[in-house]
Design a binder for this molecule. Structure first.
Ligand SMILES: Nc1ncnc2c1ncn2[C@@H]1O[C@H](COP(=O)(O)OP(=O)(O)OP(=O)(O)O)[C@@H](O)[C@H]1O
Length: 246
């Protein structure tokens, strides 16, 4: 469904993506791992059309994304940003129903739908009228997840979905993401450093390093990847081919 060929992107002398080839099938959940600053966010932003690659192609359902009008493209995507990124000035339900309200859905219907979506991620109806600042970090993440899935997107991007959460809440969010992706039949691309997220959410995993996807494989093959970069990452070793600043 998503097809990347020869994708490159440099910022000045810094070549971040150096010929990325990748296929993500419809309904598949792909997790992108890799050290800090390797270009995971840049890769996601290229697919979303937020950064123009220097060369290469991005196709969605065989259609070149540069030929799809911006709004039409974005309407097919849901996104859970790092940190949640809810609008502080809007109550929770308007955050969740943001797209539907913009699309002129009647407010009462949009609100009822938002409350239903909040229930799917374990938030009670009374949270609908609260403001994001009145929610705990974990509840904000659930609300952001509700917003990402509310419009039933075909593709959902999750950028560090468990960042800043305690391990138990992280586990809840991972389970909710897996459920939401399975229920919607959505295609998902997740960036994470959290190995629990990798193992809960992924059908397939890819490791980005040195501008290339060094390894792509099924979650069941992760522990026998035979790749020193993958091994270092999944075991969190400071020593290995991925150099870490101390
Ligand atoms: N708009 C930009 N202008 C210049 N350089 C950029 C820009 N966006 C990203 N970069 C550079 O691209 C590289 C990759 O950044 P990116 O944010 O994609 O890393 P990442 O793998 O997502 O890292 P992390 O896991 O730490 O979030 C970094 O060297 C960064 O400085």
């Amino acid at each position: 469904m998503i097809e990347l060929r020869g994708l490159t992107k440099s910022f000045g002398a810094n070549t971040v993506l150096n010929g990325i080839d990748l296929d993500v099938k419809r309904g598949e959940s792909l997790v992108v791992i890799g050290g800090s600053g390797t270009g995971k966010s840049v890769l996601l932003k290229c697919i979303l059309g937020l950064i123009d690659p220097d060369s290469g192609t991005i196709r969605i359902d065989s259609q070149d994304v540069t030929r799809i009008p911006r709004q039409a493209l974005l309407s097919r995507f849901g996104m859970l940003f790092q940190g949640g990124a809810l609008f502080d000035s809007l109550p929770v339900w308007q955050n969740v129903a943001f797209r539907q309200l913009k699309g002129r859905m009647p407010r009462a219907i949009a609100k009822a739908h938002a409350i239903e979506t909040l229930a799917r991620v374990g938030l009670p109806a009374r949270t609908a009228d609260l403001y994001p600042a009145e929610l705990s970090g974990g509840m904000q993440k659930r609300a952001a997840l509700a917003r990402a899935i509310a419009a039933q997107p075909e593709v959902i991007f999750f950028d560090e979905p468990t960042a800043g959460l305690d391990p138990i809440m992280a586990g809840v969010i991972n389970d909710l993401i897996r459920e939401a992706v399975t229920d919607l039949g959505a295609t998902a691309i997740t960036i994470t450093h959290d190995m629990t997220t990798v193992r809960t959410v992924a059908d397939r995993i890819t490791l980005l390093h040195g501008g290339l996807l060094r390894w792509v494989g099924a979650v069941a093959d992760l522990d026998q990847s035979g790749d020193a970069y993958v091994d270092q990452f999944i075991h969190g070793r400071s020593q290995g081919p991925i150099t870490a600043l101390r």
